[in-house]
Design a protein around this ligand. Sequence first.
Ligand SMILES: [Zn+2]
Length: 264
Amino acid sequence: MFLVDVHAHLQHELFKTDLKEVVERAKAAGVRSIIVNGVNEPTNREVLKLCEMDPILKPALGAYPIDALGLDLEGDSGLTRPVHKIDLDKELEFIKSQRDRIIGIGEVGLDFKFVKEPHLQLVMRQNFQKVIDLAEKIKKPLIVHTRNAEKETVEMLESSNVKKVDLHSFGARKSVARKAADLGFYASVPPVCVRLEHYRMICDVFNINQLLTETDSPWLGPVAGERNEPKNVLESVKFIAGVKKFAVEEVANNVWLNYQRLFG
Ligand SMILES: [Zn+2]
């Protein structure tokens, strides 16, 4: 069985001491590919370096919407990692320069949960448009984060020429999820699905040929409060199998083909 994790943050400090073991455990579970996502300048460079460690690790470079605002955020940003303000134009140039090394552009998107001021949401949209334009230009798939901005995100993608999109940990309501599915976008399901009813709807709305598996490691694990890791994509595969009433093996094969179609 071939498994894939299309969204992980193995550069996170929670993996500093045992990354090798984490990768070995993933391999032992059948994981053949892990897309490691950067979120800002320092992590993008860490991701590139880390992916040299093992051929199953594939780099994606991104600009997290909050970091990309370039604000000096003091205190609690609401994120469980440090925010590094990004010089977006410069970082997009860097990502462009790495086009032959990367499998996709991510993590990018919109986050209106932590940024509620309309003028900042407007800047965030302008920033995301720059990212979309880059994806069009260098023909790379987008790995998209969207929170409390699902409708806006899907509309922006719809009015672009970008076709290759993975909506990571997609929290959209049903009508927006259906629209994204109709547009041919993919949705990646994290292991937190086993304890969130929402993912039943996502797995139901998206065709089996549009579903992917991810972990968002170290977050979104099957057990609350425990560090998540790529081997847990099996939980997502089992969950999809349960909703679609397919065999686990069949789902794994489909997801692997979907991965190849989107990122190949
Ligand atoms: Zn993420």
